[in-house]
Design a binder for this molecule. Structure first.
Ligand code: GLV
Ligand code: MG
Length: 288
């Protein structure tokens, strides 16, 4: 990971394997614990809320009781350069419960993040930010967005909007470069990369395959659009027992020999393998 001038090596607030989206018009689901297994519970005011329901949904969010909301309550607002997005931000300033995190969709430039960061700072609100890159312009600015402000903790690639914006086919190969670019931008700024959703609700195999491919690109989590997707996603993004065992052996062998190069199972392993093993243990909630 390159250390960028002025940007801390890692400003992630912890690893999110699964972020579950619940429409703000389904508040009973959100408050009823349907999202319990997910690391982050996201209430959505954007695409899952139709235009005629936005006002009421926003009011419901504004009056949420702090005692009712799940830990780590997060909110997706409408695009910040739209009237609905500005209304959402305004509501957050006076809301009874401030979200722990605001997810900004259709971010196209670092200025989008800077605007929200400045407004929240001015109001003394320490909510962190998360940006979805899902347009051609957003992809072009990926690196600048990722490094924009310390309050930004993660990037997500939104395939559905990206395809709608660019005409790209919603298949793995045509999207590979864009998806990979978002992961690299996040990594270069020391923040998290969480892939966007798989929309096939009845195809657990497709979900698992998408999650594994995203993990292979460096993503450390994935968005779920239904509670039924959470377990599969959690499993893919939690290091397996075999992975943890191997990482343990690698770290142990480096410690034992005190050498910067070791040989294990017929392979020569140097410092990058030690760093990978340490990262596996950290993701498994272990340190050695
Ligand atoms: C998510 O927001 C997407 O557009 O895929
Ligand atoms: Mg989208």
């Amino acid at each position: 990971m390159t250390v960028v001038e002025g940007v801390p090596r890692s400003r992630s607030r912890g690893i999110c394997r699964c972020l579950l989206v619940t429409p703000a018009i389904r508040m009973e689901r959100f408050l009823g614990g349907a999202a319990d297994a997910a690391d982050i519970h996201l209430l959505d005011l954007e695409d899952s809320v139709p235009p005629e329901a936005k006002h009421d949904a926003r009011q419901a969010v504004a009056t949420l009781d702090p005692l009712d909301v799940p830990a780590g309550y997060s909110l997706r607002v409408n695009p910040i350069r739209s009237p609905e997005g500005l209304r959402d931000l305004h509501m957050v300033l006076d809301a009874r419960t401030a979200p722990d995190m605001i997810v900004l969709p259709k971010v196209e430039s670092p200025y989008d993040v800077e605007l929200v960061d400045d407004v929240l700072a001015g109001a003394g609100i320490d909510t962190v930010l998360w940006a979805i890159l899902e347009t051609a312009a957003g992809l072009e600015s990926a690196m600048a967005v990722a490094r924009s402000r310390p309050r930004l903790v993660a990037l997500t690639f939104g395939a559905a909007d990206f395809c709608a914006d660019t005409g790209t086919a919603m298949e793995w190969e045509p999207l590979l470069m864009a998806r990979s670019r978002v992961a690299l931008a996040a990594r270069s700024a020391g923040i998290e990369a969480v892939d966007g959703p798989t929309f096939d609700l009845d195809d657990a195999a497709a979900l698992e395959s998408d999650a594994r491919r995203a993990a292979a690109l460096g993503y450390t989590g994935k968005v779920a659009v239904h509670p039924g997707q959470v377990d599969v996603i959690n499993e893919v993004f939690t290091p397996s027992t075999a992975d943890v065992h191997r990482a343990d052996r690698i770290v142990g062998e480096f410690r034992r020999t005190g050498s910067s190069i070791i040989t294990m199972d017929g392979r020569m392993l140097g410092p990058p393998f030690l760093r990978q093993a340490e990262s596996t243990l950290a993701r498994a909630g272990r340190s050695r």
